[in-house]
Design a binder for this molecule. Structure first.
Ligand SMILES: Cc1cc2nc3c(=O)[nH]c(=O)nc-3n(C[C@H](O)[C@H](O)[C@H](O)COP(=O)(O)OP(=O)(O)OC[C@H]3O[C@@H](n4cnc5c(N)ncnc54)[C@H](O)[C@@H]3O)c2cc1C
Ligand code: SF4
Ligand code: SF4
Length: 1023
């Protein structure tokens, strides 16, 4: 038996200071040893957690080389990391974690001329979607289309032997890697490619593996699953092919395939040469509707004979979840034969692709005929239109994430999620496993790769209670089924901590021993990712769990109401207990934080918003996931604080470690909408600020910003004061002095004070709720502080537009008979400073005023998204009761209101022709509440306006963030990601933006005046 040296991390509990110093001296990249940084790298998308000894973010290959040399010399394990989206714990380890994803992500060379032979060589940190964006103009792509394509790195995909939805046509990673240059444990660089041409260390290692395989052929034949989706262990079958799809076109041996799927245990990849594929010119989709799940599973084996490029399952639960999700409802209904029918138990998405459209349409007809022959006539919805296909694929890709949004401690757990069985057994296998779940008091939702017999399923388990016991029992019963049907236990997501112990079960002792020998030959000191594939721990060893029965949460009384998360869900019915009923010591705050399951979806750069700070820094700490992990560690007492940073017991978030991660969070609420589990970091930032400021106090700048609604009314009352204050924008010395005193950047102009503002001009319409209710067309206008004092013309335009359109308007204001009172305020500026009590008192006055109108069914409209959506969002977390609820249900942006009125044919404007095309920038909160489409809808009514939405993340101004001296550069970088360059590309366009700070950022960055939509609409009304 090969004696693998013990996992070195058992000896080394923390990185000795001299090694840290050496690393810091010898590498240019960042070296992190503090507990918060290590904690952010302690998890992947699995249920496990292991603190690294240190984290290195290398800037170059030289940095990695130096890091590996120091690790070798000091006997420290090394763990390569990409996006950290693995589901089995293979990316967690007590090691020097080396994160390739920030810098080590370049294209090194390419040969794209001949599509049939096209190749590219990349560094391992390259993200799949970024590679495919580069390849698209060349008519090429890298076809291992994993669902996490926006996050997964090529190195991580190779490490896991990842597989995409279209693997039936293109294979897995192992089928699409041509060569790997990798550092070996001895520090040498070796090239792994064709075995025939191998030289040096690669040849020696290849010969060694071949020698083993030559003796093991009968064992391999007996134990190796004959399915394409087998990713467990090392790919010994390079020398004795077993896969349904050969690894190479000419059946030659490629030694890089030994490294594919090795989970960082054999070598550290320096570069990977990839085989590219031609991007098919056309795709069509046939959606087969089934009334029985069993029938769907049974049909897959017949459907694949038609030669599809994908056959993907979406089951009834997913269909229902999508139907109930406003973002997906319309799309899923297009896939159903009868959109209203509740009888569909499953759908299979069957895709055909190729260079000509007509033969693909023919394929759809063949699919229809086949289904008739199988007894299901008229069961296929044909979707030849690419846009509809794209939307449906988005629903399918979002599948797992939609399921993961379950509140409470019971969560869908990935541990048998990718067992693969031959297609002829798929129906019996899924039926039997469903019965196993039911026996253990849980259930799973099935989805994904029916074409290759790999269906994803995650039973709902509570790892803090009896989850581990059930996990073991279910895994054992599932393994019996996999054996019965001659399948593979690990068919997509790798082994890691979760499935390592099943390798010997799958392959038997002789092959297991061979794997150990290979590991020893490659890595005699067991330094590369120890404990994975060879000598793995038990899957249910609680010492590796992120949440175990001994997990504790520090008791706190949060400032906001988090009780909606303080619940449990029934694993079978998914019924949720009453809000606040489940005794979270942090009253729901900890459970809200725990909604982050580390899937890494926030590491994205697409047209959406999340997460602007990560987009500019690519730092894990500036990512929603990094923030959620830091908060979780703080709430569970896992952060080791230095002497000055120990927070009082009741304020566990009030530490520099948490401040550091929250610093660049611009509270854009991108995550609230786009994070699949709805992690709401903007709300968590308020909670953090409240605790932090309670401990350290508010700065002068905090007070200046927070109390703006309080002092704004006074300024105009002092003759000459607005003029004097505005001088700051014209006299640089004044701006500089203000910067020194307050920390407001001298490089920013400030909003201009006016002596005439909204509140001191002509009397504003005031109507009690009962009186207003008598009008057929009526509305309440909420005037926010920013528009009222700085851009009064927007509110005047709103009044004029509503009046012209025949609406009776009440402007929300204290009744005159109650003496001189301050105008109402939503409390946003107070929330931004963590002054929750003050915000609550201001909001409460506003809500008391608005509630009678809302209860009368009257819409409450506003112009400033961040203020208006405070009524819809934060107001519900402040314990303001039923009134807050009813007001939130009626609060809407002016354009949301008008778009609804338009649909109801109560608003029927005629607009003059526009003289300029329009570019629309959506405020982040407007995007978070899906309130951009109504704006577009209205602008489209203006002839010749041709409104285009700017595909941008946050503008970067984010309230006061962009004015702050320490944040102005980050703010500008966010704006330069897409917003400002797009505006510059359209010099003749009118720029429309609802947000006061967005307009400010646009003016500062492009010297163009953006305007509020209400002025465009009112200005074009044909009166
Ligand atoms: C919601 C969700 C959906 C998913 N869908 C799919 C899917 O459709 N198909 C699929 O196959 N997987 C899927 N996965 C799993 C995961 O996303 C993929 O395996 C992905 O390819 C991992 O990429 P990564 O960059 O995050 O790798 P990481 O998790 O960072 O690393 C993966 C492994 O590769 C090793 N590694 C990384 N870089 C190197 C290097 N330079 N040298 C040597 N070893 C290295 C690591 O040590 C680790 O063992 C999904 C995960 C989630 C959370
Ligand atoms: S914050 Fe949301 S998107 Fe990001 S890793 Fe956590 S769950 Fe995923
Ligand atoms: S609120 Fe915005 S900046 Fe903050 S974590 Fe969420 S997406 Fe990122």
């Amino acid at each position: 038996m090969t004696k693998i040296p013990a996992d070195p991390s058992f000896r080394i509990k923390s990185l000795p200071p001299e090694i840290t110093s050496k690393l810091q001296k010898e590498v240019k990249g960042q070296v992190m040893v503090d507990s918060a940084s290590r904690g952010r790298y302690a998890t992947d998308a699995s249920i496990y957690q292991q603190f690294p000894l240190a984290v290195l973010v290398p800037e170059s290959a030289e940095d990695i080389e130096a890091g590996l040399a120091i690790a070798k010399e000091s006997g420290i394990p090394v763990l390569a990391r990409g996006g950290g989206t693995s589901q089995c714990g293979q990316t967690t380890g007590a090691a020097l974690v080396i994160d390739n994803s920030k810098f080590f992500r370049n294209i090194l060379s390419s040969d794209l001329a001949d599509a049939e032979k096209a190749t590219i060589e990349v560094e391992p940190g390259m993200v799949l979607d970024h590679l495919n964006t580069f390849l698209k103009p060349h008519g090429l792509w890298y076809p291992v289309d994993v669902s996490t394509g926006a996050q997964a790195t090529i190195g991580g995909m190779a490490g896991n032997n990842s597989c995409g939805s279209r693997s039936i046509a293109y294979g897995n990673m192992v089928h699409n890697v041509l060569g790997i240059d990798a550092w070996l444990a001895n520090g040498q660089l070796a090239h792994f490619g064709s075995y025939d041409g191998a030289v040096g260390e690669a040849k020696v290692l290849g010969d060694f593996v071949k020698g083993l395989v030559d003796h093991l052929k009968p064992e391999i034949e007996a134990h190796w699953p004959k399915v394409m989706r087998r990713v467990a262990g090392y790919n010994l079958d390079v020398f004795h092919p077993q896969s349904e799809l050969p690894y190479t076109l000419d059946n030659s041996v490629n030694l890089s395939h030994l490294l594919v799927g090795s989970e960082g245990t054999l070598a550290f990849f320096k570069s990977l040469k990839l085989k590219l594929s031609r991007l098919p010119k056309h795709k069509v989709l046939g959606v087969v509707n089934f009334a029985s799940f069993y029938k769907a599973m049974d049909s897959a084996q017949h459907i694949v004979r038609l030669g599809p490029t994908a056959v993907e399952l979406v089951d009834r639960t997913m269909i229902d979840l999508s139907r109930n999700n406003p973002a997906f409802r319309k799309t899923i209904e297009t896939a159903l034969v009868d959109a209203n029918a509740k009888t569909v138990d499953a759908i299979l998405l069957v895709e055909f692709s190729g260079d000509e459209h007509a033969p693909l349409l023919q394929k759809l007809k063949e699919l229809d005929t086949l289904m008739s022959d199988l007894g299901l006539p008229n069961s296929v919805v044909m979707l030849p239109d690419p846009a509809m296909q794209k939307n449906l694929w988005e629903v399918r890709k979002a599948g797992l994430n939609i399921m993961m949004s379950l509140k409470g401690d019971g969560k869908p757990v990935s541990f048998i999620e990718d067992c693969a069985v031959p297609l002829e057994h798929l129906a019996n296998y899924t039926q039997a496993l469903t019965e196993v779940f039911s026996k253990h008091g849980t259930r799973g939702t099935w989805y994904a790769h029916a074409s290759v017999g790999t269906l994803h399923v995650r039973p709902i388990l509570d790892m803090r209670r009896d989850g581990a016991l059930k996990m073991r029992a279910i895994a054992e019963e599932a393994s019996e089924l996999v054996r019965k049907y001659k399948g593979a236990f690990s068919g997509e997501h790798g082994d890691g901590l979760c499935r390592g112990e099943w390798i010997s079960w799958q392959f038997g002792p002789k092959i297991t021993e061979a794997l150990a020998q290979i590991k020893y030959q490659f890595d005699p000191s067991n330094l590369f990712n120890p404990g994975k594939i060879v000598n793995p721990p038990k899957m249910d060893d609680a010492s590796y769990f992120r949440y175990s029965p001994s997990y504790t949460v520090i008791p706190v009384r949060p400032k906001l109401d988090w009780s909606a998360w303080n619940v449990q869900s029934n694993p079978v019915t998914e019924a949720i207990t009453a809000a606040g009923s489940e005794g979270d010591p942090a009253q729901g705050l900890a459970k809200a934080i725990d909604m982050c399951n580390n899937n890494g979806h926030c590491r994205k750069f697409d047209a959406d918003v999340m997460c602007p700070s990560y987009r500019i820094t690519r730092n894990e700490k500036d990512l929603t996931r990094g923030r959620a992990n830091t908060l979780r560690l703080a709430m569970s007492g896992q952060l080791v604080m230095n002497g000055n940073d120990v927070p009082p017991a009741h304020l566990p978030l009030a530490t520099q470690a948490v401040k550091e991660v929250m610093d660049l969070c611009v509270s854009c609420k991108g995550c609230k909408r786009e994070c699949p589990t709805g992690v709401d970091m903007a709300k968590m930032k308020i909670e953090f600020l409240a605790q932090y400021k309670e401990r350290f106090g508010h700065t002068l700048r905090d007070r200046l910003v927070a109390h703006l609604p309080r002092y704004a009314p006074m300024i105009s009352k002092v003759p000459g004061l607005p003029f004097l204050l505005n001088l700051r924008n014209h006299i640089p010395l004044l701006a500089k002095i203000q910067e020194w005193v307050t920390g407001i950047s001298a490089k920013r102009s400030l909003p201009i004070w006016k002596s005439k503002h909204f509140w001191n001009q002509a009397p504003l319409p005031f109507m009690a709720a009962e009186e207003l209710a008598k009008h057929d067309k009526r509305v309440v206008l909420f005037a926010d502080t920013f528009n009222a004092y700085f851009e009064n013309e927007n509110l005047q335009s709103a009044l004029s537009l509503l009046k012209k359109a025949g609406y009776a308007v009440h402007v929300a204001q204290p009744p005159k008979n109650q003496g001189e009172q301050k105008p109402f305020c939503c409390g946003r500026t107070y929330l931004a400073a963590g002054m929750v009590g003050e915000a609550k008192s201001r909001l409460s006055a506003l809500i008391n005023h608005l509630a009678p109108y809302a209860k009368g069914g009257i819409a409450i409209v506003g112009l400033e998204p961040s203020c208006l959506f405070t009524l819809r969002d934060e107001a519900l977390s402040m314990g303001l009761g039923q009134s807050a609820q009813v007001v939130s249900e009626h609060a809407q942006l002016l354009e949301e209101f008008l778009a609804k009125e338009l649909q109801a044919q109560r608003f029927a404007p005629t607009f003059k022709e526009a003289t300029q095309p329009i570019l629309l920038h959506g405020h982040c909160h407007q995007k978070a509440f899906a309130a951009v489409s109504p704006a577009l809808e209205l602008l489209k009514l203006i002839p010749n306006a041709n409104p285009q939405l700017i595909e941008s993340s946050c503008c970067g101004m984010a309230g006061s963030f962009g004015y702050e001296v320490e944040h102005i550069e980050a703010s500008k970088q966010m704006a330069e990601l897409s917003l400002l360059p797009t505006i510059r590309k359209h010099p003749n366009a009118w720029v429309v933006a609802d947000g006061t700070s967005c307009r400010h950022q646009i003016a500062d960055g492009t010297q163009r005046d953006a305007i509020h939509i209400v002025r465009v609409l009112e200005g074009h009304l044909d009166s």
